[in-house]
Design a protein around this ligand. Sequence first.
Ligand SMILES: [Zn+2]
Length: 464
Amino acid sequence: MSHQRTILIADFELPRGAVGIEQLMAMPRAGWEHLRAQINLRRRQDRTRSLAKCRLCEGGVFIRSQATRDSHVPLYAHFPEASKECPWYDGNNLRPDDARAAQYQGHQESALHRRLCAIIEEVTKADPRCSHSAIDTYLRPAIHQRGRWPDVYVEMGSLGRFALEIQLSKPFAPEIAARHLHYDREGVALVWIFNMLEHPMPQGFHDVVTMQRGNAFVFDEAAEAASLERGTLMLNCHLEDGKGGWLAPRLVTLHDLRTESGRCVFVEDRRSDLLEAWSRTERDRWWKALREARKQKPDWPFYHDAFANPWEALGHEVPGLAGWEAEFWAQRSDRARAHSAMLFAILCSVAHSADKGMPVLHITKFKGETAVLQMLNSKLMAADFRHCGRLIETFIDHSRLSPLLAVESLSKKIFEAVRSDEQIDEEHPLWRAMARLFPEALNGVVRAELSDLGRLPKWASAAE
Ligand SMILES: [Zn+2]
């Protein structure tokens, strides 16, 4: 066997930007699955404009989920039309149609499948709210023409219209994206129903769970018995526990499903909350330290030992931070930790002011309506933070205070800073440290995911 070549860098559309293979592989499962789903959705909507491109040949790439012993690892792969001349060409991608044919042949006529469809329609119809139901006759243009497998369609009065996909074989990623887009356009809530949860779960099921924000719906024996008893469709709802497993399942009805979020149907959003919590963890530590330090040294809290633990914790998350600390000491005879605490206070001032809609400063003593502007100008003028001109500019640009960048005094200070001092960039440990503390503004991948989910916090959203 020859050594397998692989795509090392994919360029995503902004704001995500470049995501190297190492960064991809280091992401939590929910992170790369979200990217994978977004790529597939885009592919469905516009085949000519891939969300991610190969750095070398600029051909469209997708995220292939490679099964390992007990899990999956994400890898990039070219879409089939990519140039075979690309040095990273990986060859032998199954063409989606072949893969589909191979996968669904034999499953289509599955007797178990027919039986489940019939039972699910039966129990749903028993609900007095149900005004119409059908198996495998609801028209799905484009999808309908291809070899396909049955599903149940029901109209449930005020609850809305539902397409229930009973999925026994693993679904194929492009099909998942196609169906979500299709039903979303039709105003029909799409619910994927499994008859069991496999361990380890095939990637196709993970993709469905990603679309359903960490929810899996299972029609098993318990759900069937409960459905017959209650006279309406009951599903066993499994929620991700955030640690790679599941919470104990609970029985839910169509009434319990949240259908207002466009393409996704779920009982509880298990993904966005975790991402939000992750985004806040390190920042909360630093914020606590700043408040603690200020209590004891109101005028100059930044050298306080309260920052020792948060600094150490951040070092575990940001490679190169310790090396930079030594370098910083050698160059400036100053402590990198205190310097970071001051930068944290500057950025916190921007974020908190953006959130409150009025100046809230944690560094300098400026007062009045233009306090944020004056604070930024003074910090950029002094030598200490000139090397952060670009960082501060990016941060403001990704906040509700972005109109400040149009103010001449500030744009001049940034220009001067960039001109007079070497700038840290996205790869610099200090930038990465701030990106870990404020991922909503400085981590393109996280920022885009929160935005897709409609969960970007107010301070980091576009100005109105
Ligand atoms: Zn390529």
